[in-house]
Design a protein around this ligand. Structure first.
Ligand SMILES: Nc1ncnc2c1ncn2[C@@H]1O[C@H](COP(=O)(O)OP(=O)(O)OP(=O)(O)O)[C@@H](O)[C@H]1O
Ligand SMILES: [Mg+2]
Length: 309
């Protein structure tokens, strides 16, 4: 058929209007390393930035804004290899909850939700987040030909305050994170001080009051796990769970460690912190073996803001 410019010109605006109005299912087009998840969300498959136990994270764009795009491993490998892989119901449910939590949170120290979209073919969720520079583990991992990172006390305190603020916010909403660790603290390093933001709410749960506690499920990051997590007798948890993990994170920040070892190594790690370090007492309070004696996130934040130790 001969090319008919007038018809194309007439149809084009109609197609654009239909796509904008959501009438047409967005097509997943794969060319070079770009995959269009929807008409406004694109994933750069050649730019992976992170891998967790159940999620893969890539660079991408939403409405032209550079973002981090998180999706389940099953969908990520399907997009890259074209081979369909099914995801477990458990991981799909975890991811759906994470998207809901992040959409409902608005706090400067929680990674900012940009958009959630459904993959047009598999219907799996794809989550776009503000793009951060690195996580705390990478930040403290020595790089060849670079000086190891050492943080002045005000910077250490500022990072701890950021995380305490995020915890105060989620705990006040009845949410326990349950998976705080170096890989789940993201940093933005462009300003005078790095800014810390909490991410990865896949293990988070709502607990209506601190008296209520919910059965534990074992998970991977051992060094950050409070003693009650491995005690079968008291396999329940509440917000004090996060406070212990936060204590371990503060050790990591003050000692510039890429990760925190098993709890049995804790004494050795604590010996690295001088007795007169201004936040040592705070750290020890968070790492209290008795969870009822740990401070609340609100108390922690106050102590960090007003230098109360
Ligand atoms: N918004 C972001 N900006 C930059 N990097 C990110 C972002 N979100 C995640 N990452 C990187 O991807 C990694 C994995 O992300 P995330 O922890 O959300 O995945 P996960 O599969 O849920 O992890 P886990 O194994 O802890 O369950 C992070 O440790 C971080 O390095
Ligand atoms: Mg993670």
């Amino acid at each position: 058929m001969p090319f008919d410019p007038p018809t194309q010109v007439t149809i084009l605006p109609i197609i654009i209007v239909c796509i904008c109005a959501g009438r047409l299912t967005p097509v997943v087009t794969e060319h070079s390393h770009k995959v269009y998840i929807s008409h406004d969300m694109v994933l750069f498959t050649d730019k992976p930035i992170g891998n967790g136990a159940f999620g893969a994270v890539f660079r991408g764009e939403v409405k032209g804004q550079l973002c981090a795009i998180k999706l389940l491993h099953s969908l990520a490998s399907q997009i890259r290899t074209q081979i369909p892989i099914s995801s477990t119901t458990d991981s799909t449910e975890r991811f759906r909850k994470e998207c809901e939590f992040l959409e409902s949170f608005h706090h400067p120290n929680i990674v900012c939700h940009v958009a959630t979209r459904e993959h047009p073919r598999t219907k799996q969720l794809v989550l776009a987040l503000e793009l951060m520079d690195c996580n705390l583990r990478h930040y403290f991992t020595p790089q060849p030909d670079e000086e190891p990172v050492t943080l002045a006390l005000p910077v250490q305190r500022s990072l701890c305050r950021d995380i305490a603020s995020a915890l105060e916010y989620i705990h006040s909403r009845g949410v326990v994170h349950r998976d705080l660790c170096g890989a789940n603290i993201l940093l933005s390093c462009g300003g005078e001080f790095p800014i810390a933001k909490v991410c990865d709410f896949g293990m988070s749960r709502i607990i209506k009051s601190d008296d209520e506690s919910v059965s534990l499920q074992a998970f991977a990051h051992k060094g950050y796990m409070p003693p009650e997590a491995t005690d079968m007798e008291s396999s329940r948890y509440n917000s004090t769970f996060d406070i212990y993990s936060f204590g371990a994170l503060m050790v990591q920040i003050v000692c510039h460690l890429p990760t925190i070892k098993d709890r049995r190594e804790r004494t050795r790690e604590l010996e690295l912190i001088p007795e007169d370090h201004p936040i040592k007492k705070l750290i020890l309070d968070c790492l209290n073996e008795n969870r009822d004696d740990r401070p609340s996130a609100a108390q922690l934040k106050r102590r960090l803001v007003y230098n109360m130790d």
